[in-house]
Write a protein that binds this ligand. Structure first.
Ligand SMILES: Cc1cc2nc3c(=O)[nH]c(=O)nc-3n(C[C@H](O)[C@H](O)[C@H](O)COP(=O)(O)O)c2cc1C
Length: 135
């Protein structure tokens, strides 16, 4: 099983989630700006991005990247995750709906969201998701 975790993070919160997921999954870990591979080369992919803008994905790097790979998600098992601040997770609900419309199967049925910096409980949830991703 070839697995990738691809993330964007401004202050390191989503990055901490990404590291915990990748470690538990035995996945390759990429900041989105470093990823030059092909989604089709991976059996499973976890995508991570924090809530930015007004309940949006980061529009500088992550949104253009995700838009460019959406066409390859049909029938693919993926995970979505990210950190948020003052909102209620709307960015993730919208993102998950979008990925389902693309035909992706989201592991756990919805994205994993964590408020600000993940604590021990949050990191444990990331590890659980990583294990499910690699299963
Ligand atoms: C420019 C900007 C926009 C943000 N927009 C939202 C938002 O719409 N909803 C929300 O819940 N948090 C928002 N946040 C808070 C971040 O999502 C939160 O601090 C998160 O932990 C950052 O994770 P990161 O370090 O992985 O980027 C915003 C933060 C910044 C700097």
């Amino acid at each position: 099983m070839k697995t990738a975790v691809i993330y964007w993070s401004s202050t390191g919160n989503t990055e901490a989630m990404a590291k915990a997921i990748a470690e538990a999954a035995g996945a390759e870990l990429f900041a989105v700006s470093e990823f030059s591979g092909k989604i089709s080369d991976y059996d499973r992919v976890a995508f991570g991005c924090s809530a930015m803008g007004a309940e949006e994905l980061d529009d500088s790097e992550f949104e253009p990247f995700f838009a460019s790979v959406e066409g390859e998600l049909s029938g693919k098992k993926i995970a979505l995750f990210g950190s948020y601040g003052w909102g209620d997770g709307e960015w993730m609900r919208n993102w998950a709906e979008r990925a389902k419309t693309d035909g992706a199967e989201i592991i756990g049925g919805e994205g994993l969201i964590i408020n600000e910096t993940p604590d021990a409980d949050g990191l444990a949830k990331c590890a659980e998701l990583g294990k499910a991703l690699a299963n």
